[in-house]
Design a protein around this ligand. Structure first.
Ligand code: NAP
Length: 336
């Protein structure tokens, strides 16, 4: 490493460091001249570009758009590290063309994100949010215990279809087996997973009482769950998405909820994030919605930050990153 590489950190992660009881950026500060974004809010694309003019490394979040233009406008950039497993906010091809490794955080968030997918599944199936809101509004007071109030769906004995059998899809399958569900799975590569019956995409949609989405967002999966796929789902089924908002066509989803074709939905991710209070899906009482908190446990977010820091240090030192989303760069540059 040249003396004290300069890196830009787009979020100081101070609150997470406080929860961890230590400065999570300390290992990076030891190795590099860290410029940390300290203004309120997030850096705008222009502000990011300004900082990247002199930075050799970037530590970013999934809300930072690292497109080809930004990469081109960062003449000294040698390593990018994102505190996320998904890297759809980064132009991987542009980074690879420049020989820049892109670090991400697979593995450490798998179980935590699968927990959230399951939380949404249970909440949507058993109408937890709808029922909770009924109680909070005071609508229960003075009423009765009704035999048909908030009747939902059982998980046991039902069929869960998992779209994308990567680490998180597999972790959801393990949970479903513990809940005595029948599990179907689809992945483009025909991946075989114990306890999961691999089926064609349309068969999965037609047979599943619950469908949970776990593919990466890439051009081929954008809009994968659109009008046609939603129309192929079992009437009265429930869709869960903790992957990326762009995989589901939200307009078509709203229509499927409006028509009653779907009984409910559980979403942690949205096409446009952050989503505003005017988001059309908020109007549906049977939509369980969370603001992209899939990996949000203290332990997991700390492990993600630590891995991202290790990735960036390795990248600026010219070493192999512990987790690299474009490993072909390393092979090309003889580090593989
Ligand atoms: P991942 O490596 O990000 O994604 C793996 C899955 O994507 C595999 O099933 C893979 O299929 C599929 N895939 C990749 N390219 C595809 C293509 N062109 N067409 C169809 N499928 C394709 O694995 P992961 O760690 O399980 O994460 C899944 C996604 O969850 C991430 O990409 C991320 O966007 C999202 N995520 C969200 C949160 C959250 O906070 N809500 C947290 C973590 C992750 P094959 O198996 O056939 O290769």
């Amino acid at each position: 490493m040249t003396d004290r590489s300069r890196v830009f950190v787009s979020h100081g992660i101070e609150a997470l460091s406080a929860l961890a009881g230590r400065d999570l950026l300390a290992p990076l500060r030891d190795k590099a001249d860290c410029r940390v974004w300290a203004e309120p809010g997030r850096p705008s694309p222009e502000e990011l570009r300004g900082h990247m003019q002199s930075a050799e490394g970037l530590l970013c979040l999934l809300t930072d758009r690292v497109d080809g233009e930004l990469i081109e406008a960062s003449p000294r950039l040698r390593a990018i590290s994102s505190v996320s497993v998904g890297v759809d906010h980064i132009d991987l091809e542009a980074a690879t063309r420049r020989g820049i490794p892109v670090g991400n955080t697979p593995g450490v968030l798998t179980e935590t994100t699968a927990d959230l997918a399951f939380a949404l599944l249970l909440a949507a199936a058993r109408r937890v949010e709808e029922a909770g809101n009924f109680l909070r509004r005071g609508d229960w007071a003075g009423g009765e215990w009704e035999i048909d109030a908030f009747v939902g769906k059982d998980l046991h004995g039902a069929t869960l279809g998992i779209i994308g059998l990567g680490p998180i899809g597999q972790a959801v399958a393990r949970r479903a087996q513990g809940f005595s569900m029948r599990v179907l799975g689809w992945s483009r590569s025909g991946r075989q997973v114990p306890g999961v019956r691999g089926v064609a995409f349309t068969e999965l949609l037609a047979e599943s009482d619950f469908v949970s989405v776990h593919v990466a967002l890439v051009p081929e999966t954008r809009g994968l769950i659109g009008t046609e796929a939603l129309g192929a789902m079992k009437p009265g089924s429930i869709l869960i998405n903790t992957a990326r908002g762009g995989i589901v066509d939200e307009r078509a989803l709203a229509q499927a909820l409006r028509s009653g074709r779907l009984a409910g939905v559980g979403l942690d991710v949205f096409a446009q994030e952050p989503a505003g209070a005017d988001h059309p899906l908020i109007a549906f009482p049977n939509a369980v919605l969370t603001p992209h908190i899939g990996s949000a446990s203290v332990g997991t977010r700390v492990r993600m930050a630590e891995l991202a820091v290790r990735n960036l240090i390795a990248g600026i030192e010219g070493n192999r990153m512990p987790a690299c989303a474009n490993p072909e760069v390393l092979v090309r540059f003889g580090k593989g």
